[in-house]
Unconditional design. Structure first.
Lengths: 503, 497
């Protein structure tokens, strides 16, 4: 038994404790951020090791690498083990979470200037529970880490957020808590339904009778729908994304929706394939609606962060679309694309939100009509914003392009008519370019002060944003790093319904 | 051995009868409190020894008390609760020249003695005497702040409804005796089981539910609770929520659930069965408790309604247990449900104890118990705010804190019975409860203090009490195994088969 995955949780957890202990230090903001960065970097190294381990020893269909099993609660009639494991689905998510976590800590250095010890402590606690959620193979432990992520997020939004932060934080916690509570019900229903009562995901796979799959599938889907979020469960999200401090946004929008994407593929499809197959058409409709809804509403936003938030809804619709397209058609392309898209979306959206923080710090506003002339005033910020937008739009040098292409192709093999979804990237490109024109090329409106701000983003901060974007470019060439471990997972999931069809 | 229980009884009796003499010697400071703490520690130690030696002698004092593991669990729990209430009272109850602290601690000791005896009672008459021994001192304790109008109102309201519930219990006991000719609970239950044709048997069981239901503050017998919790001194409110309420539960487990082999309350069978009645009560208790809590402006009332809601969750376990009594195929669920109920009873005492004591300190230091007072408490009283935040998260069922596991067991236990809808209701209620728990946490940590922003001193001794409770909440959450086993051992054997 290896302890790599335990380390992934324990390192940031220890970091959380250490940074909190530093709160007795007077004016120790810089020290704290250095310590936090060190712990985040250590997490990144371990995550990188784990990822490449999975890449080189890709587990065969339906199995996991680096597994750990720690007995926790065992009673007659009720047992929970802490089972950890990685496969081609979770390994990319663990890696991208640690990258985003690291960059989020680094970008906090300029963007957060009060109560740093508590801030970094909560940030690392969130990172630890994210790692736990992606590595756990037990439904209850997964739920536990999922919930545990929400608590630090609540405080991070509520204490360090914008003007309406308290409202946004409370709305966030109530929505997500309710969603995950419903999901928990689905998990519990499984427990007595199967002959061997267990919460262990690998042992549940393939053992659940079709009749027992419908309600748990619905329950898990509701939990995921709130977290992704998809229309109509998205009420909390634009507020939370708008109010959260920019570095927290990177986690909130980059990583938290991936819980849901992960749960859809691992649990909804992995455990309830027959029910998912029967109702895939309904989920695909929800997904496509969500893609268009997010894109169209994003077009109407005047606040940078709200615009990015709706973009996120649209992109997460792609993930859902790809996943269910594979179930329907048996073509693994959909899930492979979804996994790659989750990876690229985390980085692209992280860079955009971080930039929005820098823009607000420079110009004092995030309102698109009030900004303007950034190309003249703050050329470096403008350039970064243009590049990050291209990444989010899915323009070819960035791997997002590849991911969206795969998802749409996968979708077409399920229903040809879903080819209409190619319009989504078109709309996305449209509103991003329109936004760029307004904030970079157009002159600032004369009545405001924003036009006078000329202090450009510092070189260190620019590097942080660039670090989000570099992996995206590299991935276009080295996409096999993600896709080759993802292939067996996608194939295994497809085989649950279409056994041997495409094998 | 029964001697341990005897020793505990003796220690509490000495404290109860001896402490008031201090009043005449002019020792009205905190000495009586310390004496009670010593007596409670001695009693707690002897009860723990009793549990550790694992003696299950069934008949100390004739056949009135049984030294079984269910009794041990509740005796340890209620004594522990009285201990932290007494320790917190040292800070929260003013002990000046004109105070009556000796009588306060003496009454507290009587109540502890009553709860101890209820835990071990296996005879209806013994149970009733112990019940009154617990109840009557608490009427006086509720009105202990004589000069406060609300305190008087709380005491009167609580005393009247308490007396009513005692009368109902007594009536149920007499009906049971009339039908069975015995007051021994086990014998009476077995005998009632063979009298299915007599509608009076069903009436007796229902009256027990109502009578104990007052103390458990289940809807619709909860009306006294919010007023009494708000008017009583806060440590006494903590005693109500964490202590006497639990005595109601152990009485219900001993009497109602033992009789639930009767199962159907009417001769014809049909819908009017014990699990059905309990399920409806659970539904009403959870839902009304949480809905009412959402609208409260006073912290103690909010906690009172939250406490009502938690009783509803516990009833879910009772439903599973009583259903298993009548349906042998569901024996495993019955055991799981009762394990969950006992575990949640333990957890609720700890969580609600921390919340009430924290609220008590805020009321003492900041002079008001309205929810606005809690704005910015994270700055002003960091230890108290942290303890309350942890206990609120645990009450809402956020993992990995203790409340999560007990709720999980409770809801899991009914999922494969016909009462699966209760699990759905329970989970939705948990989500609903986040509305007010999260709202208070938001006030404490996200809002700015209204008036002064200076740090308020939190007494070290009080911080220790809160610290112990918080440590238990976290420890039971991270390592629930031992406590769950402890609760499991205390589950009474199913009587039906």
């Amino acid at each position: 038994m290896s302890y790599v995955l335990s380390l992934l949780v324990l390192i940031p957890l220890l970091g959380s404790g250490v940074t909190f202990a530093l709160s007795s230090l007077r004016g120790g903001g810089r020290t704290t951020s250095n310590v936090a960065a060190a712990f985040a970097f250590a997490t990144l190294l371990v995550a990188g090791y784990a990822f490449f381990w999975v890449y080189w020893h890709t587990p065969t269909l339906g199995t996991y690498a680096l597994t750990e099993d720690h007995p926790w609660i065992s009673l007659p009639g009720f047992g929970v083990d802490i089972t950890l494991g990685l496969d081609g689905l979770s390994a990319p998510l663990v890696l991208v979470s640690s990258i985003v976590g690291m960059l989020s800590v680094l970008s906090s250095r300029t963007l957060i200037d009060k109560r740093e010890p508590a801030y970094y402590s909560l940030l690392l606690l969130a990172l630890a529970s994210v790692m736990g959620a992606f590595t756990s193979l037990n439904l209850i432990v997964f739920y536990l880490f999922w919930e545990l992520t929400l608590i630090p997020m609540f405080f991070l939004i509520g204490v360090w957020g914008g003007d309406r932060r308290k409202y946004a934080a409370l709305k966030f916690i109530i929505f997500t808590f309710a969603g995950s509570a419903v999901m928990l019900l689905g998990f519990l229903a499984l427990y007595f339904g199967v002959s061997t009562s267990t919460f262990d995901i690998p042992s549940l796979a393939g053992r659940i009778p079709t009749g027992l799959q419908y309600l748990p599938l619905l329950a898990v889907f509701v939990g995921c729908a709130v977290e992704l979020p998809v229309f109509p469960f998205h009420g909390w999200q634009p507020d939370a994304y708008e109010q959260a401090p920019a570095p927290v946004n990177a986690l909130l929008s980059g990583i938290l929706p991936k819980f849901a994407g992960y749960a859809v593929i691992r649990i909804a499809l992995g455990l309830f394939p027959q029910a998912a197959y029967q109702y895939a058409w309904a989920f695909i409709i929800v997904a496509i609606f969500s893609m268009f809804y997010g894109a169209v509403v994003a077009l109407l936003q005047s606040d940078l962060k709200r615009m990015f938030a709706y973009t996120s809804i649209s992109h997460m619709g792609f993930v859902l679309f790809g996943a269910f397209a594979t179930v329907l058609s048996g073509n693994p392309l959909g899930i492979e694309g979804a996994i790659l898209l989750m990876f690229t979306h985390a980085l692209a959206t992280g860079s955009l939100f971080t930039l929005s923080g820098f823009v607000e710090k420079q110009s004092g506003t995030r309102k698109i009509p009030l900004l303007g002339g950034m190309g003249q005033r703050v050329p470096l910020t403008a350039a970064l914003l243009a590049v990050a937008s291209s990444a989010a739009m899915g323009i070819p040098p960035f791997a997002s392009f590849l991911a969206e292409l795969m998802v749409i192709s996968g979708g077409i093999s399920a229903y040809t008519s879903t080819a209409i979804t190619v319009l989504v990237p078109v709309i996305t490109g449209g509103y991003f370019l329109w936004m760029l024109k307004r904030v970079i090329i157009d002159p600032a409106p004369p009545a405001t002060d924003t036009g006078k701000a000329t202090e450009d983003v510092s070189r260190a901060d620019a590097t942080v944003v660039a670090l989000y974007l570099v992996p995206l470019v590299l991935l276009t060439v080295f996409s096999f790093l993600i896709l080759s471990p993802a292939a067996p997972v996608a194939q295994w999931t497809a085989n649950l319904i279409h056994g041997g069809l495409h094998a | 051995m029964a001697e341990y229980i005897l020793f505990a009884v003796a220690a509490l009796s000495v404290a109860a009868l001896g402490v008031p003499f201090l009043q005449y010697r002019g020792r009205r400071g905190s000495l009586p409190g310390y004496l009670l703490i010593v007596a409670l520690l001695a009693a707690l130690a002897s009860v723990i020894l009793n549990a550790a030696t694992g003696s299950t002698s069934s008949a100390p004092f004739g056949a009135l008390l049984a030294s079984d593991s269910l009794g041990n669990l509740f005796a340890i729990l209620t004594l522990f609760v009285t201990l932290f209430v007494a320790a917190a009272s040292l800070t929260l109850i003013p002990s000046g020249r004109s105070s009556n602290t000796p009588f306060y601690y003496s009454l507290l000791s009587f109540a502890a003695l009553g709860m101890l005896l209820i835990s071990y009672s296996v005879d209806l008459l013994m149970l009733f005497v112990a019940w009154e021994l617990m109840s009557i001192p608490t009427y006086a304790l509720a009105g202990f702040q004589k000069s406060k109008e609300e305190s008087n109102e709380a005491a009167v309201k609580y005393a009247v409804l308490g007396a009513l519930s005692s009368a109902i219990i007594l009536y149920a006991i007499s009906l049971t005796y009339g039908l069975t000719g015995t007051t021994n609970i086990g014998a009476a239950a077995a005998s009632l089981g063979s009298q299915l044709t007599d509608p009076v048997a069903g009436l007796a069981v229902l009256l027990f539910v109502v009578g104990f239901g007052f103390k458990m503050s289940i809807v619709p017998f909860h009306m006294w609770a919010p007023d009494a919790y708000e008017g009583a001194p806060t440590p006494i409110a903590a005693l109500f929520a964490a202590g006497t309420k639990k005595a109601g539960f152990v009485a219900a487990i001993r009497v109602v659930l033992a009789i639930s082999t009767v199962y159907s309350l009417t001769p014809q069978g049909g819908l009017f069965t014990i699990p059905n009645v309990l399920a409806v009560l659970a539904l009403a208790t959870m839902t009304l408790g949480n809905l009412a809590a959402l609208t409260q402006k006073s912290m103690t009332r909010l906690l009172a309604y939250s406490s009502i809601a938690q009783a509803g969750y516990i009833l879910v376990g009772f439903v599973a247990y009583s259903y298993g009594q009548g349906n042998p195929a569901f024996a495993q669920q019955a055991e799981l449900g009762m394990t969950g109920a006992l575990f949640h009873i333990i957890n609720h005492s700890v969580m609600k104890g921390a919340a009430f004591l924290g609220a008590g300190l805020v009321i003492l230091k900041l002079g008001s118990g309205s929810v606005e007072t809690f704005n910015g408490l994270g700055r002003r009283m960091p230890v108290t705010a942290f303890a309350m935040a942890i206990s609120f998260l645990a009450l809402a069922g956020v993992p990995p804190l203790s409340g999560f596991w007990s709720k999980l067991l409770l809801f899991t236990s009914v999922l494969s019975t016909p009462f699966a809808w209760l699990a759905v209701v329970g989970v939705l209620n948990s989500a609903l409860s986040m509305g007010y728990y999260g709202w208070v946490i938001k006030r404490m940590y996200l809002d700015e203090p209204d008036g002064e922003t200076t740090r308020v001193e939190e007494p070290a001794s009080f911080a220790v009490v809160l610290g112990v409770l918080v440590a238990l909440i976290i420890a039971f959450g991270l390592f629930p195994g031992p406590v769950i086993s402890f609760a499991r051992d205390a589950v009474p054997a199913l009587a039906g088969h």
